[in-house]
Design a protein around this ligand. Structure first.
Ligand code: 13P
Length: 336
């Protein structure tokens, strides 16, 4: 394992003022998102939309890396440059989603186990040769009646650590993503408890399996009530309890924290990050973003309704807002 390379990549991904664009939606998810704005999905439509995002002038000041899907890492920009090569030429690190999706966990109706370990070593080697320097694997944890089960948490934590170890062996910084979903009626206390459990189990597995934490990033959810909960969490409380939870359960030598947005509104995702980065309470890591929907939702709508330039303008705006949130310098007045 090349620890120096992994640590340098991890540090570059959480460089001040920068964060990650998650553009690694599987074809099924991307098709749903395109159809939701009235567009038909095809390989070319997905390429054109994403290539346009990546070509946004100046976005490299807010985007340290982009997570790609297998289809996209093999595609080219409009003028023919391979996408990973193009991103690298702009100083943006190409990354790759390497899990093959969350599938039904046998014996535990409604719970999921993320698959993709078979052949992972060979796939990582290929992605590295194509220019990828980091990877993502997302586990999905659902709070509900009697869930998550111990089986769901332990199998996902084990798989996350196995994935991370293989990535590091192949020179890719693993983004470890145990996502506690916002779907459901649970409150923020339930989210705190379950997030604590899955983080502790995940890092226990990482320790058992020799994962080099300084060369890995954690992509956690924030501590927030479920979308169906009748008491939604105040922004200040999201920020305070998220920092409290992470500080208690995440080893302090992890290379950095890059939050997912998980269905939060664009402005909530930015405001929460901004609050965390302006708190007096210290934390041992860079707190950054690896947003999918919160960086792309407005850009995708604009792409469908107004076209290329409007989409780039929407993306540039969200990227700038989140970049400012890295240092607590975002303000609501900047949104208009
Ligand atoms: P969201 O920010 O839309 O949650 O997506 C981030 C991601 O990559 C989920 O795996």
């Amino acid at each position: 394992m090349d620890k120096a390379l992994l640590e340098a990549t991890a540090a570059a991904l959480v460089a001040p003022g920068k964060g990650i664009l998650a553009a690694d939606e599987s074809n099924g998810t991307m098709s749903n998102r395109l159809e939701a704005v009235g567009l038909e999905s095809s390989e070319e439509v997905r390429r054109a939309y994403r290539a346009n995002l990546f070509a946004t002038l100046g976005c490299e000041s807010a985007v340290s890396g982009v997570i790609l899907f297998d289809e996209t890492i093999r595609q080219t920009m409009d003028e023919g440059t391979p996408i990973p090569e193009y991103l690298a030429s702009r100083g943006i690190i190409p990354g790759i989603k390497v899990d093959t999706g969350a599938k039904e966990l046998a014996g535990y109706h409604g719970e999921k186990i993320t698959e993709g370990l078979d052949g992972l070593r060979e796939r990582c080697a290929e992605y590295f040769s194509m220019g990828a320097r980091f990877a993502k694997w997302r586990a999905v944890i659902k709070i509900g009646d009697g869930t998550p089960s111990e089986a769901c948490m332990s199998t996902n934590a084990h798989a996350l650590a196995r994935y991370a170890a293989i990535c590091q062996e192949q020179g890719l910084v693993p983004i470890i993503e145990p996502e506690v979903l916002m779907d459901g009626t649970h409150n923020d206390k339930d989210c705190f408890v379950v997030t604590t459990l899955i983080l502790q189990q995940t890092f226990e597995e990482c320790k058992n399996q020799g994962v080099h934490l300084a060369g890995a990033l954690l992509k956690p959810n924030m501590i927030i009530a479920g979308k169906g909960c009748n008491k939604q969490t105040m922004r200040e409380d999201v920020a305070a309890s998220t920092v409290e939870c992470l500080t208690a359960s995440v080893p302090h030598d992890v290379g950095g924290i890059v939050f997912l947005s998980g269905g939060q509104s664009d402005e909530d995702a930015t405001a929460h990050l901004n609050l965390m980065n302006s708190m007096d309470v210290g934390h041992p890591w860079q707190l950054s973003y690896s947003y999918g929907r919160a960086l792309q939702a407005s850009a995708l709508r604009a792409w469908a309704e107004e076209g290329s330039q409007a989409s780039q303008a929407a993306f540039a705006h969200r990227a700038k807002m989140n970049s400012l949130a890295r240092s607590g310098d975002w303000d609501i007045s900047l949104e208009s």
